[in-house]
Ligand binder design. Sequence first.
Ligand SMILES: C[S@@+](CC[C@H](N)C(=O)[O-])C[C@H]1O[C@@H](n2cnc3c(N)ncnc32)[C@H](O)[C@@H]1O
Length: 220
Amino acid sequence: MNANLDKNELSAYDFETHWNNAYRKTPVNSLGWYEENPNPSLELIDSCNLEKASVIFNPGAGATTLIEQLLDKGYSNIIVNDIAVASLTELSKSLTNHKNSNVQFIVDDLTNPSELLKLKNIDLWHDRAVLHFFTEQQQQEAYFKLLKTILKPNGYVILAEFNLEGDKKCCGLNVINYNEIMLQERLGVDFKLLKTFNYTYTQPSGNTREYIYTLFQRIE
Ligand SMILES: C[S@@+](CC[C@H](N)C(=O)[O-])C[C@H]1O[C@@H](n2cnc3c(N)ncnc32)[C@H](O)[C@@H]1O
């Protein structure tokens, strides 16, 4: 990548390269968003009381440990997505204890989806640290349009992003900082906020990052 390029003016192709490089250059458990125990997510998912066969969709999943932990808990219908094939390769490698699981892997761009548009009847959309990278209105509109297209009536949405006190950058890219009011505005009146809390995440380096976690339910 051209070192002089402003990373916030990258094209879609360059974003793909940027994220593939992130996963190819750094061991997964040293990445600035690696979680050994994704406890805040699991706590919110538990509170949804989903059937084990419910469809759980993790956009921008990267190589998250959440998927292994959901499989350990017996969830059997998990779909993961990322723009970076390298991240999903790492994720797949981490699921060796669940060789027979039928996790579906979809490489696609949430801000310009194609394969993802074929999904439907999602029970839970779980996003940690993905939406906040979409700094352009067009990217946010595409993201929420996809969410509203594939989420079931009464489906749940977990959005965990850098909060208003949080960092302004992640992985070298600018982010949008959120509070629950902003997320409610983006989702619209058909979604009810069920839970929200701030959470201080400690990176593998020992530095901290401030997140807001939100759980919404579609109420139409
Ligand atoms: C900070 S990481 C978070 C990964 C994962 N959610 C977690 O909590 O470990 C952001 C992830 O979003 C993915 N991503 C960024 N832009 C994307 C896009 N337009 N479409 C799909 N995934 C994207 C990146 O490749 C990366 O895996």
